[in-house]
Design a protein around this ligand. Structure first.
Ligand code: RTP
Ligand code: MG
Length: 141
């Protein structure tokens, strides 16, 4: 199986709950390496650009409001099958539907405040990593 990279964001709700370390431990215990990371307060323009694929959806404004409501922790995870592996660790978008033991089941309160983001495919991972870590492209896989 190929070594992949994926973009992960610990959202404002989980940063506020002080569980960055617990979420990082789940990545590491699953064999995913944190190869880049930075904390940021997203501007509206950054959050809107990041979630641009959803701009016509009814939840777009709430999503952007939430993503700028406090600091986020942004990281690139690397490992075998990293994109799917991270999505499995995250659990379903709606924490009420997320499997027990997933990050969203354990740390998220609602479909809006759902603790983490993860790229959903190889193409989106590439775009999302470049969006927040443009310099990584110099030595990317
Ligand atoms: P993410 O992009 O944040 O990793 O989440 P996801 O792939 O699991 O879900 P996605 O469909 O990409 O939606 C992005 C975020 O928008 C909010 N959402 N609300 N009210 C709704 O029906 C609804 N659907 C999506 C969620 O906060 C989701 O994480
Ligand atoms: Mg998504």
């Amino acid at each position: 199986m190929a070594i992949e990279r994926t973009l992960s964001i610990i959202k404002p709700d989980a940063v506020a709950k002080n569980v960055i370390g617990q979420i990082y431990a789940r990545f590491e215990n699953a064999g995913l390496k944190i190869v880049a990371a930075r904390m940021a307060q997203l501007s509206r323009a950054e959050a809107e650009g990041f979630y641009a694929v959803h701009r016509e959806r009814p939840f777009f404004k709430d999503l952007v409001d939430f993503m700028v409501s406090g600091p986020v922790m942004i990281q690139v995870l690397e490992g075998e099958n990293a994109i799917v592996k991270n999505r499995e660790l995250m659990g379903a978008t709606d924490p009420k539907k997320a499997e027990k033991g997933t990050i969203r089941a354990d740390f998220a309160d609602s479909i809006d405040a759902n603790a983490v983001h993860g790229s959903d495919a190889a193409e989106t991972a590439k775009v999302e990593i470049a969006y927040f870590f443009p310099v990584l492209n110099v030595y990317s896989r």
